[in-house]
Design a protein around this ligand. Structure first.
Ligand code: HBI
Ligand code: FE
Length: 285
């Protein structure tokens, strides 16, 4: 497999693929982080953790508290002690985005790939690729939740079949609209559990507070048919009634026939509603 070419920023940490093994795993090289980087992490952490208190689901809040990573970029080894005991997951450092098949294989074995580089100072609010703040702060707290821990393994195991059937886009939308941009209802309030939302201050507020954005009940087939935006806030969010609903509905679903039915149809545009669909609105959102 050909590896992506190296992209290097002034930090020298972004996308060093040369050192990666076939599974793309590298050392975290924690000692290479500079005091500036730890300070940047601490500021990102302070900003996001304030929002977490009011906007994130209980599992995220509890998970984050157990990780003890407020003051600087955490050592993955330290998190692994907590994770291993809780759900049997383990973090592996990677240079950045990795090929789909490799990503799926790690998840199927309860290894979560975490990008080792940190965004630059001018990227505090927005970046396209995952960095260590997105991957660690956004994803690792939820890996301490038994439902999400099991779901991610199942997602990894589902990857091979989706690729064989030419339906990777459809499976990837499940990840996107749940693990990355999922909302869950808790005590009649909307809360965030998706890493893409919770690692962004603007989108955390937007996803919960915007009165007009489309919020639909969680529906795996609807999700697999829905395109998503990678360059702006989402135009549609899907809302779980509880975290276990995620697994309960997906284990009952035979993905093969769904792929066959929909893979050759163009996806519904993000933000579109179907004729008989009732979005959540107002207080009920
Ligand atoms: N690699 N590092 C990294 N992080 C991801 O979230 C990721 C990836 N490779 C593929 C991928 N995600 C997705 O396209 C799959 O879920 C399909
Ligand atoms: Fe992510």
């Amino acid at each position: 497999m050909k590896k992506p070419s190296t992209l290097t920023t002034s930090s020298g940490l972004r996308g060093e693929y040369e050192a990666a093994a076939d599974d793309y795993v590298v050392g975290q090289d924690w000692h290479a982080y500079t005091p500036d980087m730890h300070d940047r992490w601490a500021r990102l952490y302070a900003r996001q953790s304030a929002l977490v208190r009011t906007h994130a689901c209980a599992a995220f809040r509890d998970g984050l508290a157990r990780l003890d990573c407020a003051d600087g970029i955490p050592r993955f080894e330290d998190a692994n002690a907590v994770l291993g005991a809780a759900t049997g997951w383990r973090l592996v450092a990677v240079p950045g985005f990795i090929p789909d098949a490799v990503f799926f294989d790690h998840l199927a074995h309860r290894r979560f790939p975490v990008t080792r580089w940190l965004r630059e100072e001018h990227e505090l609010d927005y970046l396209v690729e995952p960095d260590v703040f997105h991957d660690f702060f956004g994803h690792v707290p939820m890996l301490l939740d038994p439902t999400i821990a099991d779901f991610l393994e199942l997602y990894g195991k589902a990857g091979a079949r989706a690729m064989e059937m030419g339906a990777l886009d459809m499976l990837a939308r499940i990840y996107w609209y749940t693990v990355e941009f999922g909302l869950v209802r808790e005590d009649d309030a909307l809360k965030v559990f998706g890493a893409g939302i919770i690692s962004s201050s603007g989108e955390t507020r937007f996803a919960i507070e915007d009165p007009d954005v489309l919020r639909l009940p969680f529906d795996p087939v609807r999700i697999m048919r829905t395109a998503y935006r990678i360059d702006s806030f989402q135009q549609t969010y899907f809302v779980l009634e509880s975290l276990p609903q995620l697994i309960d509905e997906l284990v009952r679903l035979d993905f093969g026939p769904v792929y066959q039915t929909w893979r050759d149809h163009p996806p519904l545009p993000a933000g579109a509603t179907l004729p008989n669909e009732i979005p959540f609105t107002g207080a009920r959102a």
